[in-house]
Design a protein around this ligand. Structure first.
Ligand SMILES: Nc1ncnc2c1ncn2[C@@H]1O[C@H](COP(=O)(O)OP(=O)(O)OP(=O)(O)O)[C@@H](O)[C@H]1O
Ligand SMILES: [Mg+2]
Length: 278
């Protein structure tokens, strides 16, 4: 059976090129185990994905964790696999985790926030290959489980969108969410094209047996807020049945690359229904 055609009308989809998990001897995220092998208690968590790369997953992840921590909640963000890491003084810096530390005031060492880091700014499976390394799915899952076990609320940031291969087609971001039994938070763009990207992301998630807890629209420029931007959240909610938890404005003082966090926590605290995720 090809993974993922049961929830859409009209029979089997040519989904992922007809890729069959069972035929490949691989595990379907829909049937992944939820409990840790050691049986440890897991805290609450979400996997933060996006409709694309660069939609603002890191900004939203860091801000939510920062807002929760302000309220005294033991929240953490991890980025298990980072490509496009930056070389500084002979050391590879995983930029997303560095931003979490700065924006959310995390003091944990970088190695507890990020497991694999690669310099090439390409899909993780390729970045690893180009770096002469490989990603072990089991290590990625264990790394995230440890964070989930140690903290009350953990956000796991994927890479790019749901279909992005971490080690290869057998272990994508969707597989990671399935292995961890984490519901998704989907970060989406505000403008034209976003209905399609967001609805497709939610449909793919459901086909993979993943729950979607909410959608956050990020980067709304007030001067560009026209009929599309006003109408998108309504249509996205109607077509997915998932709540849009907030629309975060474009914040000129914020930059992941430059480590600038100006006004981010206040803006997200105001714009996003963060209490609903507790
Ligand atoms: N609300 C915002 N206001 C201003 N700039 C933003 C906002 N959200 C994101 N950005 C900027 O957009 C760029 C992409 O954001 P971010 O790194 O969070 O995306 P991402 O989805 O995590 O990307 P990746 O797939 O590489 O992990 C960064 O330069 C970030 O500073
Ligand atoms: Mg990111």
């Amino acid at each position: 059976m090809v993974w993922g055609h049961h929830l859409l009308p009209g029979g089997p989809l040519p989904f992922c090129g007809g890729f069959s998990y069972r035929e490949q001897g691989l595990q379907n995220p829909a049937t992944a185990q939820s409990s840790a092998p050691g049986g440890g208690l897991m805290g609450k968590g979400y996997l933060v994905t996006g409709t694309d790369t660069g939609v603002g997953k890191t900004v939203i992840t860091a801000a939510l964790v920062g807002v929760w921590r302000r309220r005294g909640i033991d929240a953490l963000a991890v980025k298990p696999v980072q490509s496009g890491a930056v070389m500084q003084d002979g050391q590879l810096i995983p930029e997303d985790a560095a931003f979490y530390r700065r924006a959310a005031g995390l003091s944990l060492p970088m190695d507890e926030l990020n497991l694999y880091r690669f310099e090439p700014a390409v899909s993780p499976h390729l970045a690893a290959q180009l770096s002469g390394e490989s990603i072990a799915p089991g290590r990625v899952v264990d790394f995230c489980r440890q964070a989930l076990q140690k903290h009350h609320l953990t956000l796991v940031e994927g890479a790019g969108g749901l279909c992005v291969p971490l080690s290869g087609p057998e272990f994508t971001v969707a597989h990671l969410a399935g292995e961890l039994s984490l519901p998704l938070l989907v970060v989406a763009r505000p403008g034209l094209g976003s209905i399609n990207h967001t609805v497709l992301t939610v449909a793919y998630a459901r086909n993979a047996g993943l729950a979607v807890a909410g959608i956050i629209i990020n980067g709304q420029k007030q001067e560009e807020a026209g009929p599309t931007e006003m109408n998108n959240p309504l249509v996205i909610e109607a077509m997915t049945g998932v709540r849009v938890l907030g629309i975060v404005p474009y914040l000129p003082a914020v930059s992941v690359e430059e480590g600038r966090t100006g006004g981010l926590l206040d803006a997200v605290e105001q714009a996003v229904a963060w209490r609903e995720l507790l």
